[in-house]
Design a protein around this ligand. Structure first.
Ligand SMILES: [Zn+2]
Length: 278
């Protein structure tokens, strides 16, 4: 059963990648990033590394943990007596709220930012950007999320559906897709769209330290971290100070462990430039 679910998640992941990749070719919102072949190879290598490391160290143990929590009847969802589709929906919302808080913490806490910056160092943005997470961030996220699973207590089915949804939503909102503006504004009320998440990746930090939501955009509105401006054609993606990390595999993997990331001065200047609103 676990192997079937594990394979199922992989198929959904690959299906989403192909689907959103084709839509990118059909209705791109901006010119495709330079160094395409090098970039896709880099992102594919990161995905392959993460698929092996994370499936073994996080996904399968996590699934077993979710089943264990489910069988033990732990967590708030159980104490509230939630069940059926209502439990699944409530758990997806609760887990997404956790993801919002976790993502925001990744931008606010220096230790976590060391890993998360690997994702933001991409100087382009398309569906392949959803692949470039540092394995250290995924491991840390898995550990912290295991605690949240025990606190909330989703059923294993709810947790699995949430993981599938996160995977598809991350591919969608990183994709280089120009949705018609009316569709974007209607869909954007319930789902994080490419335009909305694109702002989160801008080099200009006053945008980049906003729009943390993964599935539902409500959390940003609720906690005052939403921004909805439309970037101009000259908008740049990535990190102004770490552009060398975009496509350098060894630098990229070692970056979290460099001593310069402990430098208080650079952290302070970063906070002054973009994090003053929170
Ligand atoms: Zn981020």
């Amino acid at each position: 059963m676990f192997l079937d679910l594990d394979s199922g998640k992989l198929y959904v992941f690959l299906g989403g990648l192909i689907l959103f990749g084709l839509i990118e070719l059909w209705i791109p919102s901006r010119r495709r990033p330079p160094q395409r072949l090098q970039r896709y190879c880099f992102h594919a290598a990161v995905a392959a590394l993460n698929t092996v490391v994370i499936r073994i160290l996080v996904f399968v143990p996590f699934l077993l943990w979710a089943v264990h929590v489910d069988e033990q009847g732990w967590g708030v969802a159980r104490w509230l007596g939630l069940h059926g589709w209502f439990e699944i929906l409530a758990s997806i919302v609760a887990l997404d709220a956790f993801d919002y808080a976790w993502h925001r913490a990744n931008h606010r806490i220096r230790f976590l930012w060391r890993f998360h910056k690997a994702h933001h160092a991409d100087t382009g943005m398309d569906v392949s950007t959803a692949l470039r997470f540092h394995p250290g961030e995924l491991l840390l996220s898995g550990l912290v999320k295991a605690g949240w699973i025990a606190v909330w207590g989703p059923t294993a089915v709810a947790w699995f559906l949430f993981e599938l949804l996160v995977s598809l939503c991350a591919q969608f909102h990183h994709a280089n897709i120009a949705l018609p503006s009316k569709l974007d504004s209607v869909l954007g009320r319930v789902l994080v769209t490419p335009r909305y998440h694109g702002l989160h990746h801008l080099t200009e930090r006053r945008f980049g330290d906003r729009n943390f939501a993964t599935i539902f955009p409500w959390w940003d509105a609720l906690f005052g971290t939403a921004v909805k401006s439309v970037p101009g054609d000259d908008a740049k993606f990535g990190l102004p100070e770490d552009r060398g990390l975009a496509l350098a595999p060894l630098e990229w993997i070692l970056e979290p462990f460099r001593s310069r990331n402990l430098d208080l001065a650079s952290s302070t200047s970063r906070q002054q430039s973009g994090e003053s609103g929170v």
